[in-house]
Design a binder for this molecule. Sequence first.
Ligand code: ADP
Length: 238
Amino acid sequence: MSLLKAAGLSKTYGQGRLRVEALDEVSLAVEPGEAVALMGPSGCGKSTLLSLLGLTLPATSGELFVHGEPVPTRERQRAWLRNEFFGYLHQEFAIVESDTVAANVTIPLEYARPRLRRRQRLERARQAVDSVGLGWALHRRASELSGGERQRVAIARALVNEPGLVLADEPTAALDVATAYEIVTLLLSMRQRGTSVLMATHDPRVAERCDRILPMEDGRLAVEDTDTFPSTGRHDGA
Ligand code: ADP
């Protein structure tokens, strides 16, 4: 069963003359333990698609399934899925510069249910930080770290809840080529932990290292994700 499945997802921003059809009937599936690149030029809808999949933006229409179940409509349950099922990575790292690495990485654990004790949260953060090779920086402030190290902190934060799927939006765009290579290696190594990765990028060097590339163009997948709906073309998530 697919980990995540989207059927006919569309998104329109604004109204009237300001109306932008950012996504048009996108269907795709992500399987457990695979890394998929979403590749296309700036403005083609990659960020919008990741936001809809990650439940941080409502779709105008379409359906979404996690482990074969329709995603809940109630905000409380959606918030739970956001925190437990997804990990998020951004181009600008989105970490709190004035906080320590440990404080940044424990953020998702603050919302974990059942609640974890402070000592458990710190231990989990320490393991995640170790796994990205930053054990030495656990109590350093994020502002003291390099760009590549900050993105590692963001990866540790995305991993700390052991998510099913990490959604990464241009995670290497702010990094030099060598650092970008290391960050992609680290992201792809998540597959060994059973975590899938869906990565938006406009860089073919990054995309080629993934298991599969979904090319995007003008709000649509340029090549239909045929594995999603092989013979019937059904868009009902069955
Ligand atoms: P990409 O991530 O591939 O650069 P985006 O998803 O950011 O693409 O944007 C897709 C289209 O939607 C673009 O035309 C962009 O200008 C438009 N868009 C994105 N966000 C908004 C918004 N909040 N309001 C209006 N239009 C938007």
